[in-house]
Design a protein around this ligand. Structure first.
Ligand code: MRU
Length: 351
C-alpha cells in the first residue's frame, strides 16, 4: 500500500466529528436523528438518559452504543455506590438487542466496578470509560490501516448503512478503511447505499464522506445490482453489529443482499469490525437476536405517509450474512480471510 505519512496516520486517530463529549457530570451526544439538517447535542446526565438516547436512536452504531454505555455506567457510579451501578446495568443492557458491543462494554465496566472499594468507584469508572473510548479510537485506526492494504489502487467501492465516525468513537469501521484508502490513493470513489428505511447511508454516511472530501455518489439500495453489472465496482465494505463464533456477520438490513450480489459479480466483500463486535458465545448467525423496529419507520418518511393508511409492514433492522459470502473480516487484531470460525477465534483469543 502507498504508505501513510505520520500526519495521515495521526489523523486516523482523531475524532473527525466530536459527536460524543464527556464532561464527567454528563455525556453530550450529537443527535443523529436530526442530521444532516441540524447539528444539535443532547445531554445525558444519568445511565437512564444514556439508555433512552440509545433506544431512541439519538446515538447509534454498534461501537458507539458500547462506548456510550460505558459512560452511562460511569454516570451511575458518581455517588460512589456499587448498588447504583448494579441497578443501572440492566437498564442499559435492554436499550437495544443486536449490537453486542453494548454487552461487551457493560461486562467490562461491571468488572471494573467490582474490582475495588466504593471510595474509588467513581474515579475508576471514569477512567475505565475513557479507556474504553480510547481503545475504540485505536481499533478504528488499526482496522483502517489493515483494511486499506487489501484494496486495489483507485478502487470504486460500495458501503451500506453508517459504519463511520458517527457509529464509533473514532474514524469508523468500514468508513475508517475508506478514509485510510482515500488518503493512500486506494479509494477513488464511494457509493453509499441509502439504507432504507432509516436512511443512515444518505443522512449520515454521505454527510461524513462529503465533509471529508471523499468523492461519493448516493445510490438507493435497489441500484446496487445494476451498478455492479454495468460499471466497475472493486469492493463492498461494511461494518457489523455482531459476528458469531462461526464468522457469520450480522449487520444493517440489506447487507445480506449486497453480499449475494457481490459474490454473483465476483466482487470482494469486506467486513470491518473491532474485536468488541465478535461474540464467541453465540455459535452461529441464526442465534443472533434481530431487532424488529416500528413499522411506522417503513410506512412513513419523517412523519409523511408513503403507504396507504392502515398498511401493514415489517421492519427488520438487521440481517445475517453467512460467513461463506465474506471475503475477509478486518479486526484491529488482524485480518481473517477467508472468514472462518476457527481463524476468527484464534485472532480474538490471542492478545
Ligand atoms: O441501527 P443502527 O443505525 O445502529 O445500525 C448500525 C449498523 O448496522 C452499522 O452498519 C454497524 O453498527 C456498523 S459498525 C460501525
Amino acid at each position: 500500500m502507498n504508505k501513510l505519512t505520520p500526519a495521515q496516520a495521526a489523523a486516523l486517530r482523531r475524532d473527525p466529528i466530536r459527536h460524543v463529549v464527556w464532561r464527567e457530570d454528563r455525556l453530550d451526544v450529537l443527535d443523529q436523528r436530526l442530521l444532516p439538517r441540524r447539528v444539535v447535542y443532547v445531554s445525558c446526565r444519568s445511565a437512564r438518559d444514556v439508555a433512552r438516547a440509545t433506544a431512541d436512536m439519538v446515538l447509534r452504531g454498534a461501537p458507539l452504543i458500547g462506548c456510550a454505555a460505558a459512560y452511562g455506567m460511569a454516570l451511575a457510579a458518581r455517588r460512589g455506590r456499587l448498588s447504583d451501578v448494579l441497578r443501572a446495568e440492566p437498564v442499559l443492557r435492554r436499550a437495544r438487542p443486536t449490537a453486542v458491543n453494548l454487552m461487551h462494554a457493560l461486562d467490562f465496566m461491571l468488572d471494573v466496578a467490582r474490582s475495588g472499594p466504593e471510595s474509588t468507584l467513581s474515579a475508576r469508572m471514569n477512567e475505565a470509560a475513557e479507556r474504553y473510548r480510547r481503545d475504540d479510537v485505536e481499533a478504528n485506526a488499526r482496522m483502517a490501516e489493515l483494511g486499506a492494504a487489501l484494496l486495489k489502487p483507485g478502487s470504486r467501492v460500495i458501503t451500506h448503512c453508517n459504519a463511520g465516525a458517527l457509529a464509533t468513537a473514532g474514524i469508523g469501521t468500514a468508513v475508517g478503511v475508506i478514509r485510510a484508502g482515500f488518503l493512500s490513493g486506494k479509494i477513488a470513489h464511494v457509493y453509499p447505499c441509502e439504507t432504507r428505511p432509516y436512511l443512515q447511508g444518505s443522512r449520515l454516511t454521505l454527510w461524513e464522506l462529503m465533509k471529508a472530501g471523499i468523492p461519493a455518489t448516493l445510490i438507493t439500495d435497489n441500484m446496487a445490482a445494476h451498478l455492479m453489472k454495468t460499471e466497475r465496482i472493486d469492493a463492498v465494505i461494511v461494518g457489523s453489529d455482531r459476528i458469531a463464533a462461526n464468522a457469520d456477520v450480522c449487520n444493517k438490513i440489506g447487507t445480506y443482499g449486497l453480499a449475494i450480489l457481490a459474490r454473483h459479480h465476483g466482487i470482494p466483500f469486506y467486513v470491518a469490525a473491532p474485536s468488541s463486535t465478535v461474540d464467541l458465545r453465540t455459535p452461529s448467525g441464526d442465534r443472533i437476536p434481530i431487532e424488529e423496529r416500528s413499522a411506522r419507520e417503513v410506512v412513513e418518511v419523517f412523519g409523511t405517509p408513503i403507504a396507504p393508511k392502515g398498511a401493514r409492514a415489517r421492519h427488520f433492522a438487521f440481517d445475517v450474512t453467512p460467513h461463506a459470502l465474506v471475503t475477509a473480516i478486518i479486526t484491529e487484531r488482524g485480518v481473517v480471510s477467508p472468514a472462518d470460525g476457527a481463524a476468527l477465534k484464534k485472532i480474538i483469543s490471542t492478545r
